[in-house]
Design a protein around this ligand. Structure first.
Ligand SMILES: CC(C)(COP(=O)(O)OP(=O)(O)OC[C@H]1O[C@@H](n2cnc3c(N)ncnc32)[C@H](O)[C@@H]1OP(=O)(O)O)[C@@H](O)C(=O)NCCC(=O)NCCSC(=O)C[C@H](O)C(=O)O
Ligand SMILES: [Mg+2]
Length: 288
């Protein structure tokens, strides 16, 4: 089993040349180079050019590069998509996706541009309509590779306050995880806006892990370390997974379909879980 760890996903405005440079040395798994809401209308062209130059220059190492383009219905959306159709990036992130039809429209542009099938699409779940259609969006096309929660836009549109327990967002968060898993794509939690609030960030990360997210989107480098820690398998989880792998090998050799590890029942589904933990751990160790 091969897994690409996507624990921490750092946004940066494409208009911020210093951030694009600094990101080459940051410990984030994914860099989301933003052309959308973090860039003012007057800087859209500059941001597109800077991000193009940055991805062409490279130097980002293991960090996956994702470009968040402007909405298809804006003056910049189509040109953004065409500009990055043949660049060395993992995915285009589409903001405020309301329906599968919006994904299909972008897929058509990529096909017309002859983009490689390796170029994926990530859909942002950040509107009430998008959440209601999230299963269709997540399964819209084989290029669709991940769902990204936009909890700021969502809280605004739902008219729910930003609370520590994120009560008003829970239904949308869980619906997105369900849709992602049902369609076999990754799913990433929204941002924590308070840069000074380390305790709140740690709590939000824990909640994200418990809700089933693969990682969390971030807005500042100081949020990376805590997020990586929260979304990495703990030493204890790795050690138990290793014991499960060993015990299962023996059980299989003896023709058994169940085994006890540390007094707990282990069946093939637990072995699958353990193998995923080990795959993430090994991918991270190989990177170190
Ligand atoms: C929030 C910020 C504007 C703060 O920037 P700044 O004042 O420069 O912070 P610092 O002085 O503390 O920065 C220290 C150094 O770190 C670099 N830096 C800062 N932020 C980033 C970053 N995001 N990526 C890379 N590097 C970063 C600074 O350049 C400093 O470097 P150095 O010169 O070496 O000291 C800023 O953090 C920022 O712009 N953050 C990202 C904002 C953003 O992208 N927002 C859009 C995405 S959030 C969203 O829209 C989610 C979704 O759509 C929703 O609806 O929820
Ligand atoms: Mg948003």
């Amino acid at each position: 089993m091969s897994v690409t760890p996507r624990r921490s996903l750092l946004y940066m405005p494409g208009s911020n040349a210093r951030a694009l440079e600094k990101a080459r040395g940051l410990d984030a798994d994914v860099l989301i180079l933003d052309l959308e809401d973090a860039v003012s209308p007057g800087q859209k062209e500059l941001a597109r050019q800077q991000v193009l130059s940055a991805v062409q220059a490279g130097g980002y190492g293991h960090r996956e590069l994702v470009v968040r383009v402007n909405g298809f219905d804006t003056p910049w959306g189509r040109a953004d998509i065409e500009a990055f159709a043949h660049q060395p990036i993992s995915a285009l992130c589409l903001p405020k996706v309301d329906s599968a039809a919006e994904v299909h429209a972008v897929v058509q542009v990529l096909q017309q541009a002859g983009a490689a099938s390796a170029l994926k699409l990530w859909a942002m779940a950040e509107t009430p309509r998008g959440i209601l259609n999230i299963d269709d969006v997540a399964g819209a096309d084989p290029r669709l590779d991940a769902i990204v929660l936009g909890t700021s836009d969502l809280a605004k549109d739902l008219r729910v306050p930003h609370t520590a327990d994120r009560l008003g967002l829970l239904a949308s968060l869980s619906a997105s995880v369900l849709a992602a898993r049902a369609n076999g794509v990754d799913v990433f939690d929204g941002v924590h806006l308070d840069l000074e609030d380390d305790e709140g960030l740690a709590r939000a990360c824990r909640q994200g892990v418990e809700l089933g997210f693969d990682g969390k989107t971030l807005i500042h480098p100081r949020q990376i370390a805590a997020t990586n820690e929260a979304f990495s398998p703990s030493a204890e989880a790795v050690s138990r997974a290793e014991r499960i792998r060993e015990a299962w090998k023996q059980a299989e050799a003896e023709g058994k379909g169940v085994v006890l590890v540390d007094g707990k029942l282990v069946e093939s589904l637990h072995v699958e879980e353990a193998m995923r933990v080990l795959a993430i751990h090994e991918a991270l160790s190989a990177r170190d």
